[in-house]
Design a protein around this ligand. Structure first.
Ligand code: HEM
Ligand code: 243
Length: 492
């Protein structure tokens, strides 16, 4: 038993068997209630989306119950979700129970208390909805590991091509208009990069042309509309988007264009699927989902977030990043490689982890208790019964002030050095600690390393080209809306 117990919170298991209560914490009944059936969940939903807003919704209940663990209804509620009742976990100690596959089942919980129609994914329950105990979880996850690694030598060049051309066009629009939206160009660059790098196919040379980002956004809305606000008048939005599913038939033709693109472009990956015992069609729809929802959707949220937090951090951090990136690239004959990023860019690595910590791109995770559990927060232990639904709001785990100093602040070099690296296990954007990796046995994000790589590449590209930049931030249905108001060309 060689693990050193430095920080009392993190090496302690967050669950214990129910017949062994902890000696050091009081046992407490989980506070909170669900109100009247139906009405209670509509009230909670309206508070969550409109009267309080997500963060204040959770914060006000932590205060009311004096507890970071409590019962509450999560949107959307009936009729879209049959049962909205959850136990919320809102601190860094209780949250990690959601990673423990022995404690929780994650079947059909990817989007929370409801599951979108499988008509939106070719009739299949795709990998993200499968629990590791299901027979296809392992082969499908292996297939995605193959997808992400089989053309790995093309990742960096294709990234630089797609994002180099994005920044050229942002520069020229900025000089004409004085301001330019990062979002639409980022969407194009992300999809171009993903298709060229992972499939070796340029969407421009296919029947998809440049339509993919718009089709994907519409298709995503059909799936997770009940979780979003898109800016309609409140009462109308709540009575429609949050109360009914959009009929899949309305998106079928568009979806088929996406599926055709993958059917025709993913030959080698589909061959690998056959070797793994996965049918070609099931593989096609899983590829659509992992590239369009998981990868494109995730990058669409993460990249503007990174530009936002770096933009707000200001010129001094920009100068340090530019110096680090340029020194490393110069000492490698102008080339960018994975090892030099790993070894020579500690600040680039840290700012990416810090962006993922301060604003986890996908903030909500769910898991159903497989057995009676005892769940701990910093302050108490709570009994959970088999079958109850656990819900974690990740920003409250990764901004837990009892783990992170200046938890609400973007500290660019937080993860630099040995002391910083010890904190990495509390960065859990990927549905697992940053110090661990996805396997066929767990539910950690299959794209974890890929995401960290592309995020670093974004920061590198920015600071190879610019000494500094300025932004304006607005809100949007998914992630932030970021406009560039100045780009200061590299001067050293
Ligand atoms: C799972 C986030 C990119 C594939 C997850 C989960 C999260 C997440 C939070 C866990 C969901 C849950 O079960 O509760 C993100 C973010 C991304 C990203 C924020 C980008 C910024 C990717 C990429 C892939 C991918 C590029 C490409 C293959 C998956 C898959 C799962 C998953 C397949 C389910 C894993 C399993 O069933 O074992 N992701 N992801 N994700 N992600 Fe990602
Ligand atoms: O509030 C939010 O966090 C907005 C996003 C809602 C996402 C719904 C649930 C999806 C769960 C995991 C997603 C993983 C990713 O790979 C990509 C997310 C892309 C969303 C469009």
């Amino acid at each position: 038993f060689s693990i050193s117990i430095r920080s009392s919170i993190s090496n302690r298991p967050s669950t214990l068997s129910a017949n062994a209560p902890p000696a050091d914490l009081p046992l407490r009944k989980i506070p909170g209630d669900y109100g009247f059936p139906f009405i209670g969940s509509i009230q909670d939903r309206f508070a969550y989306f409109y009267t309080e807003g997500c963060d204040a919704f959770f914060r006000s209940r932590i205060r009311r119950y004096n507890s970071t663990v409590f019962r509450v209804n999560m949107p959307p509620g009936p009729p879209v979700s049959a049962d909205p009742r959850v136990i919320a976990l809102l601190d860094a100690v209780s949250f990690p129970v959601l990673f423990d596959t022995a404690a929780v089942e994650k079947r059909d919980l990817f989007t929370g208390t409801f599951m979108p129609s499988t008509d939106l994914t070719g009739g299949y329950r795709v990998l993200s909805y499968l629990d590791p105990s299901e027979p296809l979880h392992a082969p499908l996850k292996k297939l995605l590991f193959f997808l992400l690694s089989h053309r790995r030598r093309s990742l960096i060049p294709e990234f630089r091509r797609a994002f180099g051309s994005l920044f050229s066009s942002l520069e020229s629009d900025l000089s004409k208009q004085g301001k330019v939206d990062f979002g639409p160009g980022n969407d194009r660059a992300c999809f171009d990069f993903l298709s060229r790098a992972l499939l070796g196919r340029d969407p421009a040379d296919s029947p998809l042309g440049s339509d993919a980002p718009a089709i994907i956004m519409k298709w995503v809305l059909f799936q997770i509309g009940p979780l979003l606000t898109i800016g309609l008048p409140r009462i109308i939005e709540d009575a429609t988007l949050h109360s009914f599913r959009l009929p899949p038939a309305l998106i079928r033709a568009d979806y088929n264009r996406l599926a055709d693109f993958f059917r025709e472009s993913a030959g080698p990956v589909l061959d690998e699927a056959n070797r793994l015992g996965i049918s070609r069609e099931e593989a096609v729809h899983n590829l659509v989902f992992s590239i369009c929802f998981n990868s494109f959707g995730g990058m669409k949220i993460l990249f503007p977030n990174i530009v936002k937090w770096l933009g707000r951090a200001g010129g001094r951090l920009h100068t340090r990043l530019a110096a680090e990136v340029r020194a490393a690239v110069r000492s490698n004959d102008g080339q960018i490689g994975m090892r030099m990023i790993e070894e020579e860019m500690p600040l680039v690595k840290s700012v990416v982890y810090e962006a993922l910590r301060i604003e986890p791109p996908v903030s909500m995770q769910y898991g159903r208790a497989k057995r009676d559990l005892l769940i701990r927060s910093h302050d108490a232990a709570f009994e959970v019964k088999t079958g109850e639904l656990l819900f974690g709001y990740q920003p409250f785990a990764t901004k837990d002030p009892r783990v992170f100093d200046r938890a609400e602040e973007f500290v660019g070099d937080r993860f630099v050095g040995e002391e910083g690296e010890r904190l990495l296990r509390h960065v859990v954007w990927s549905n697992g600690p940053e110090t661990e990796g996805p396997t066929v046995e767990n539910k950690q994000c299959a794209g974890k390393d890929f995401v960290v790589l592309v995020a670093r590449l974004l920061v590198i590209e920015l600071f190879l080209r610019y000494d500094s930049f300025e932004i304006e931030v607005g809100s949007s249905a998914l992630g932030s809306s970021v406009k560039l108001t100045s780009l200061k060309r590299a001067s050293f």
